[in-house]
Design a protein around this ligand. Structure first.
Ligand SMILES: NC(=O)C1=CN([C@@H]2O[C@H](COP(=O)(O)OP(=O)(O)OC[C@H]3O[C@@H](n4cnc5c(N)ncnc54)[C@H](OP(=O)(O)O)[C@@H]3O)[C@@H](O)[C@H]2O)C=CC1
Ligand SMILES: O=C(O)C1=N[C@H](C(=O)O)C[C@H](O)C1
Length: 265
């Protein structure tokens, strides 16, 4: 049995993770965490997730908790604080949080010398398949097309572009041997002028309760290819995260992502 701690337990992903964990074989929800001062502290994690009591009360800190893998979909600040705790206590992590800056990502890479971490901007099988399809599309279409990445998410999302959109850009840029720092264009406004072929454009929509849509558009002369993924619920992200938690059982340390977990590397 693998003991799972879920942090951000009252959040959109936290509640979905609690539900997925309660239904999973071989996994046990052993701890649920929330921000100190949150109204969820002391509530039963199962009730938060709309399942009825699971006998796991939401707590404000990791001290005194017992778990094998911490599953963290929170905020960059909270994730980095949890990373320090997991490093000190030699615990594994699955990190789904997006919006980390280069320094934050560097801290995760350094921590992974000591502990095993799966860190991925999107845990769904479908999106990870899309990353592979994008490699093929970019290789075949090359410099003959304009590349634009369009993503849409719910009105509460904190970061833009989404972590998934940025990873899609990185995948395409790597195949096309372009530097995203130089060629990434994030929205357009005013007299933006003719587009340079090397540009990789990003457009972000924030509206209503959209779970998460991503399209990469390869537009050439007379035809275009679109690779689209639409999440209909958050369960594919949660199922992927728990699949990653199981996969980590074999690992002592190292930094991995869902391409490793799914054998797509
Ligand atoms: N990799 C993937 O597959 C996916 C990644 N994500 C990413 O996951 C993250 C969370 O998304 P989502 O669930 O929609 O966001 P929510 O805001 O719904 O949930 C985040 C939760 O974390 C809580 N939190 C904040 N600080 C702490 C802390 N110090 N300790 C414990 N809990 C804390 C928040 O509390 P409070 O509200 O009080 O701040 C909130 O309840 C985002 O970065 C998002 O982009 C989302 C879906 C899929
Ligand atoms: O915040 C979200 O909701 C999501 N965030 C992830 C991202 O930034 O790519 C993944 C998914 O699209 C949902």
């Amino acid at each position: 049995m693998i003991n799972i701690a879920v942090t951000g337990a009252a959040g959109r992903m936290g509640r979905t993770l609690i539900e997925a964990c309660a239904r999973a074989e071989g996994l046990r929800l052993s701890a649920a965490l929330e921000r100190p001062g949150s109204a969820a502290i002391g509530k039963d994690a199962g009730e938060l997730a709309g399942l009825g009591k699971l006998g796991v009360a939401v707590r404000a800190g990791l001290d005194g908790t017992d778990f094998d893998v911490l599953v963290d979909f929170t905020s960059p600040e909270a994730t980095l604080a949890n990373l320090d705790y997991c490093c000190q206590h030699k615990k594994k992590m699955v990190i789904g949080t997006t919006g980390l800056d280069e320094a934050g990502k560097g801290r995760i890479a350094t921590a992974a010398r000591d502990i095993a971490i799966v860190f991925a901007p999107n845990m769904s099988v479908g999106v990870n398949l899309c990353f592979k399809l994008l490699e093929t599309a970019a290789r075949v279409l090359g410099d003959e097309v304009d590349v634009e990445i369009i993503e849409a998410h719910h009105r509460h999302k904190a970061d833009a572009p989404s972590g998934t959109a940025l990873r899609m850009g990185e995948v395409v840029a790597k195949v096309l041997q372009r530097d995203l720092k130089e060629h990434g264009v994030y929205g357009r406004h005013g007299i933006s002028g003719e587009r340079a072929r090397q540009t990789i454009g990003f457009s972000s929509i924030r509206a209503g309760d959209i779970v998460g849509d991503h399209t990469v558009l390869f537009a050439g002369g007379g035809e275009r290819v679109e690779i689209t993924h639409r999440a209909e619920s958050r369960m594919p992200f949660a199922s992927g995260a728990l699949r990653a938690a199981r996969w980590l059982a074999e690992k002592k340390n190292g930094l991995y992502d869902m391409q490793d977990v799914l054998g797509l590397r």
